[in-house]
Design a protein around this ligand. Structure first.
Ligand code: NAD
Length: 258
């Protein structure tokens, strides 16, 4: 379905971003991976072989404006175009506002919010010239509602939903859509850290801490999967979603229905 299209997926060496990159590759899309970690070359080569598509890697640090721009420029040069841009890279820090380290606030805002501004502003001219583009921002339920101790994350995620709406309006007649995805709990390294911290603080097992975390907020009492989010990104990239723009789609097991 996406043969001939190319996508940049930020933060795609792990978790949700990897799930989205896999789902787009399965549709025949060329992929630029980004993110940190071990075994990235094996991951890149494995995806390319499994799906028979071009898969490249750029290790841009998205806390830096100039590296966000160079990620897009590199993808345009080496893949030939950036037709789909998924802004997914993100980090978390959990602390009450008065204890929140200023450097962590700055890092969360830079990576979870400002990076999307920089990648979008760099990718838009090419998308406009081709008259087609799909911008998909991975926000969160925390772009719609708040939780305690997540000031920077909630501020960044509310911010990215605002950015999504502005970009959608500015490009409504350009063949370019811009939408946000709002997952509830997904079992990735980002959430595993929170489960581990909870288990330690409450003196319970990791399995019990995971169950507690889900039952507190997510009525389905199961994690959303990276594969499910990947299919949502494929749908947003499809022809059927061509007139869907500026919206925020939850996949949260009912979290925000409460
Ligand atoms: P993860 O920790 O598994 O993956 C994060 C990815 O971002 C990794 O590839 C990491 O290398 C990359 N990354 C981190 N800092 C970076 C930087 N400075 N530059 C480039 N890449 C960087 O996390 P995840 O849970 O898959 O989260 C992905 C996105 O989904 C985030 O935006 C997160 O806020 C959002 N989200 C996650 C959940 C959840 O429950 N896991 C829920 C809602 C939203």
């Amino acid at each position: 379905m996406l043969k001939g299209r190319n996508a940049v997926v930020t933060g795609s060496t792990s978790g949700i971003g990897l799930g989205i990159a896999r789902a787009l590759a399965a549709q025949g899309c060329g992929i630029m991976l980004n993110g940190f970690g071990d075994g990235i070359e094996d991951l890149r080569a494995g995806l390319a072989q499994e799906f028979g598509v071009t898969v490249l890697y750029n290790g841009a640090d998205l806390s830096k404006a100039e590296e966000c721009a160079s990620l897009i420029e590199d993808a345009e040069k080496r893949l030939g175009s950036v037709d789909i841009l998924v802004n997914n890279a993100g980090i978390q820090h959990v602390d009450a506002v008065e204890n929140f380290p200023v450097a962590r606030w700055d890092a969360v805002i830079a990576i979870n919010l400002s990076s999307a501004f920089h990648t979008i502003r760099t990718a838009l001219p090419g998308m406009k010239a081709r008259g087609w583009g799909r911008l998909i921002n991975v926000a969160s339920v925390h772009g719609l509602v708040a939780s305690v101790n997540k000031a920077a994350y909630v501020a960044a995620k509310h911010g990215i939903i605002g950015l999504t709406k502005v970009v959608a309006l500015e490009n409504a007649e350009n063949g370019i859509t811009c939408n946000a995805i709002c997952p509830g709990w997904v079992l990735t390294p980002l959430v595993q850290k929170q489960i581990d911290a909870r288990a330690e603080a409450q003196g319970v097992s990791i399995a019990d801490a995971g169950r507690d975390l889900l039952s507190e907020k997510q009525p389905s009492k199961r994690f959303t999967t990276p594969e499910e989010l990947g299919e949502l990104a494929v749908f947003l990239s499809s022809k059927a979603a061509g007139n869907m723009t500026g919206t925020s789609l939850t996949m949260d097991g009912g979290w925000t229905a409460q």
